[in-house]
Design a protein. Structure first.
Length: 364
């Protein structure tokens, strides 16, 4: 009859007319619902073994839990059950904590945008952008040692590592260590020498794609960076602030955009559609190029790409890339007191640029 729950197919519950209200069931019938769920492990599977609609079965299951749960609780009035504390802080506290961490992260990221490197005098200054070092088997060590000596012993120089300090092979490329004379341990020793012991006056380091192939290497670099040299992933936008003027530098391991006709396409693109800067410089491609031009606003802008120190590269040979011989590092001679459109002069040879810087400083 309508309003009663009785056995249907396979002896399980059925709703005779499909309209039986959950609150009209007896305790025995409600217990049948709970037993069915326990037998089949979940509500979905249990409902499939009845002739009830899923919504009807859900209503009965909820009613069974409400009624029988209250009954069981009343039976335990003389029993003191333990109350366990929550295993975590409240959602409100979690949100407040995450909000605080986001504020901290946001402040950190904002501080990296166009951060200032302050130069104490208006004497000519040389910003050296060191091309991809790739310290290891294929490094042109004679050239690198010459340039390190110049950087360490030329007054008025500050240096930026454009990234890819070592090969740091990772993933499927880890097998390439079999073709090297050194492994990860030796790479770390060379990186430590370059950062801390070569006496290079670093003002910034970038992480290139090789530096993060195995993330442990980037972590290692930050751990030994006791002088707190700014280390940024891929790109640094900063200002060289002199007493009388400011030079804005957009340095990136590589800028987005390539062209077979223009090795500085990415820098041009960053200038056209990015933020204003005086110098746009990158590495990554193991080629070099320099360009200065006056843009539509009447400002002279410098584009550059540093070649780096990796030579006799099998990948480059296999893909028929030209192995260029010059421009391993680029030095920008900056005269902060010169007219705005004459303040930056780039050199693809570090020795020549250092000589020009020394001459400029001697005139002061």
């Amino acid at each position: 009859m309508p309003g009663k729950c009785h056995s249907g197919r396979n002896g399980y519950l059925t709703d005779c007319d499909g309209k039986l209200a959950a609150n009209s069931l007896t305790e025995d019938e409600l217990q049948d619902v709970l037993d069915l769920v326990e037998k089949h492990g979940n509500i979905t599977e249990a409902s499939r073994h009845t002739d009830l609609k899923r919504s009807t079965f859900d209503s009965r299951y909820q009613r069974a839990r409400d009624v029988l749960g209250e009954k069981n609780a009343s039976q335990l009035q003389d029993v003191a059950l333990p109350e366990f504390p929550d295993d975590d802080i409240s959602p409100e506290e979690i949100i407040a904590h995450l909000e605080k961490r986001w504020d901290k992260k946001h402040a950190h990221e904002q501080a990296k945008r166009w951060f200032e490197i302050k130069i104490k005098s208006d004497d000519p200054f040389g910003l050296v952008v060191v091309g991809d070092p790739h310290l290891g088997t294929h490094t042109n060590w004679a050239l690198l040692k010459r340039d390190v000596d110049i950087m360490a012993n030329t007054p008025g120089v500050g240096c930026l590592n454009i990234g890819d300090t070592v090969n740091n092979w990772g993933g499927r490329l880890t097998a390439l260590y079999a073709e090297e004379d050194i492994g990860r341990k030796t790479e770390r020793q060379l990186a430590r020498w370059f950062l801390k012991e070569a006496n290079v006056p670093w003002c910034c380091w970038l992480e290139g794609n090789h530096d993060v192939m195995n993330s442990e290497f980037a972590t290692y670099l930050r751990a030994i960076n006791t002088k707190k040299i700014p280390m940024l992933d891929w790109q640094a936008k900063f200002q060289l602030v002199f007493p009388s003027s400011t030079i804005r530098v957009d340095a990136s391991h590589n800028h987005k955009g390539t062209s077979v006709y223009n090795p500085l396409h990415g820098q041009k693109r960053a200038d056209l559609w990015g933020e204003d800067a005086d110098i746009f410089v990158a590495g990554h491609h193991h080629t070099w190029a320099l360009q200065q031009h006056e843009n539509t606003g009447g400002k002279v802008v410098t584009y550059a790409r540093a070649r780096g120190y990796k030579f006799h590269d099998e990948f480059a040979h296999r893909h028929q890339f030209n192995e260029e011989q010059f421009g391993s590092s680029i030095i920008f001679i900056i005269d902060p007191t010169a007219p705005p459109n004459c303040r930056v002069k780039p050199f693809a040879d570090l020795s020549e640029g250092a000589e020009f810087l020394t001459w400029k400083r001697s005139k002061r």
